[in-house]
Design a protein around this ligand. Structure first.
Ligand SMILES: Nc1ncnc2c1ncn2[C@@H]1O[C@H](COP(=O)(O)OP(=O)(O)O)[C@@H](O)[C@H]1O
Ligand SMILES: [Mg+2]
Length: 350
């Protein structure tokens, strides 16, 4: 990417600057290359969505930012600069004590599927207290006050919900409790992993509305992880399409949605029913996601791509700026826009 490389890495415009990040897992079958050279900047207050099929490295990326990778994972290379206003710190170089402060006070992650991870025998209020204590906050009155504020914002009735046991709440309510819990210590950076997956469509709608309201009120920066482009389209300022551990396209929501340059992004858009319910063009992307132990040579998408040429099999396209705000990693992006991604559609329908 062209927009970075700043002396001393302090740029107050950015809360996060990620440079050439590589993360792998040691598995029995070999080394899983889960994140492969990811670079981007996140502006303060911005929402950036990472989208892509399951297994492309989205959760790994989030866990790396908050330094909660499992022991089998290794950060091979890269820098993650977090800006605290007057200084920029490398998250990957933080020691345990610094990390304890960083996590939840500066950066919170709301995990994929965690609505099912509540302790079934504890009331919500006790789980709130446990979480707060685990992060060094012991003033009960202060916690209660903040939680009541946050519950109002996520449209939960504080008194009723704090007294409830997890099974007394619906999936959507539990997800909203988790979102409120993530915001308890007022972090400036929030990572939300698949916040609406496993919720029915109406509940998804209410969680989206709640998130939009929260962002307007609290102004945190948000990394939104989703396999669902329609969620990204509703909440994000910019979207990064991920494939095989790499960002293959990065642009504003509008550009991603109306002028996608990467055939894979075209496929993702077509794979989502539109909100108007027009399912006429609904397709699925043919083929399956690559094996990250032995990823394809050249462009990782080439085995599934109708635009593939010999060059794609041999040479990996770099993520390049085709305009100041639009980056794409594809040798044939010009053809893709000229045709409106048509080949992606015909290949899928064939
Ligand atoms: N703990 C782990 N050990 C080994 N491989 C893992 C582990 N967690 C994830 N992976 C692999 O890393 C890749 C990226 O996974 P993940 O980050 O969960 O993707 P996503 O969130 O986009 O679905 C996948 O190939 C997945 O199988
Ligand atoms: Mg995931």
């Amino acid at each position: 990417m062209t927009e970075q490389r700043l002396d001393g890495h302090l740029n107050e415009e950015y809360i996060l600057q990620v440079e050439d990040l590589w993360v792998s897992y040691q598995a029995e079958r070999g080394t899983v290359k889960a994140v492969c050279g990811v670079s981007f900047n996140l502006r303060a207050g911005e929402t950036l969505a990472f989208i892509g099929e399951s297994g492309c490295g989205k959760t790994t990326l989030g866990l790396t930012f908050i330094r909660l990778l499992p022991a089998t994972a290794r950060v091979e290379r890269g820098r993650i600069w977090y800006s605290r206003g007057t200084e920029a710190v490398d998250v990957l170089a933080m020691h345990e004590q610094e990390l304890r402060h960083f996590r939840w006070r500066e950066c919170a992650m709301i995990f994929q599927g965690a609505q099912n991870a509540f302790n079934p025998v504890l009331r919500i209020w006790d789980q709130v207290l446990d979480t707060a204590r685990a992060h060094g906050e012991t003033d009960k009155k202060k916690i209660r006050q903040r939680m009541e504020e946050l519950f109002q914002l996520v449209q939960l009735e504080p008194r009723r919900v704090l007294r409830a046991y997890p099974h007394q709440l619906s999936g959507g309510m539990r997800q909203r409790v988790l979102i409120a819990l993530g915001l308890l210590l007022n972090p400036s950076l929030v990572i939300l992993d698949e916040p609406t997956t496993a919720l029915d469509i109406l509940t998804q709608r209410s969680v989206i509305d709640v998130l939009r309201g929260l962002k307007e009120r609290l102004q945190f920066s948000l990394i939104l992880i989703s396999h669902d482009l329609s969620l990204a389209a509703e909440l994000a300022d910019r979207v990064a399409t991920m494939y095989a551990g790499k960002i293959v396209e990065l642009a504003s929501v509008w550009d991603i949605y109306y002028r996608p340059h990467h055939p894979y992004t075209v496929g993702l858009i077509r794979a989502v029913p539109t909100l108007s319910g027009d399912r006429g063009r609904l397709i699925s992307i043919p083929g399956s996601p690559p094996d990250l132990i032995n990823p394809p040579t050249g462009c990782p998408f080439h085995p599934r791509c109708p635009y593939t040429t010999e060059r794609c099999q041999e040479e990996e396209p770099p993520l390049q700026a085709v305009s100041p705000t639009h980056h794409v990693a594809c040798w044939h992006w010009e053809k893709v826009i000229a045709e409106g991604g048509e080949r992606m559609l015909t290949k899928a329908e064939a």
